[in-house]
Design a protein around this ligand. Sequence first.
Ligand SMILES: NC(=O)c1ccc[n+]([C@@H]2O[C@H](COP(=O)([O-])OP(=O)(O)OC[C@H]3O[C@@H](n4cnc5c(N)ncnc54)[C@H](OP(=O)(O)O)[C@@H]3O)[C@@H](O)[C@H]2O)c1
Length: 258
Amino acid sequence: MSGLLASPRNIWLTGATSGIGEALCQKLLQQNHRLIVTGRRKEHLEVLAGQHPEKVHPAPADTTSTEQLAGIRSDLGHFGGLDMVILNAGICEYLEVREYDSRVIERNLNTNLLGAARCLDIALPALRATRAAGKPATLVIVSSSAWWFPFGRAEGYGASKAALSYFAHALRADLAAEGIQVVVVSPGFVKTPLTARNDFPMPFMVSAEDAADRIVTGLDRGRNEIAFPRRFTWTLKLLSALPQPLIDRMAAAMARKS
Ligand SMILES: NC(=O)c1ccc[n+]([C@@H]2O[C@H](COP(=O)([O-])OP(=O)(O)OC[C@H]3O[C@@H](n4cnc5c(N)ncnc54)[C@H](OP(=O)(O)O)[C@@H]3O)[C@@H](O)[C@H]2O)c1
């Protein structure tokens, strides 16, 4: 165990109002961590803060807005130095290729990739200050394993998560010299409002609580890569190692079915 979460930490979590983020809140609160929570639905954040006034500080913001994020900059220091940032806010919008509209791609990228990039405008200085005080500082980016295979209709979502993972891995290289750890989380299907809209089979789906457990366990073990469930992520890894023409045929057959 690296003990990253062995004692109470100050953590900024985005996408805290629903799904994986909401389950992560509950798990981290059980372990006595202090949370600064962000999402657009202010009332959800305030209910959570009302239930845990000592341990939860609401910092509502839309991560597609640089101005709103600048407005919560000082909230990140609410409990003192910031030990960990979990960038989890995300959307999944599918493309109907017969009615191709580039705005679908734009919206996925704006929240999933650029939203995370904007959050770092305010998070990186806080994490650097923690390192300067000689303490560990960790950046966790919730990406996805969806982009490991070319799923039909996921042009926007998959591209945003492929770009987000690249962004995170390049940041890991750059921030290594400063001792800021960058962790990439790549879930398979998780039962949340985001997947509730899906009308296709979702193999090996796990609950949001299970996902939160796996993320927290991975962080506590000092993992840089947290991918789950293994049966799903290994299947995708094996498929992605096939020759491209074979991948193309399988992907087209799956797209026709869905
Ligand atoms: N569920 C899955 O199968 C799955 C698989 C792989 C990866 N993921 C990733 O896991 C993360 C969480 O997904 P989820 O399944 O828990 O989805 P969810 O239940 O829909 O939750 C998404 C969260 O993101 C927040 N959010 C969305 N847009 C935002 C914005 N512009 N500004 C601030 N907050 C925003 C939402 O809060 P507000 O609505 O209050 O703003 C909500 O708290 C996402 O990054 C998703 O891509 C999910």
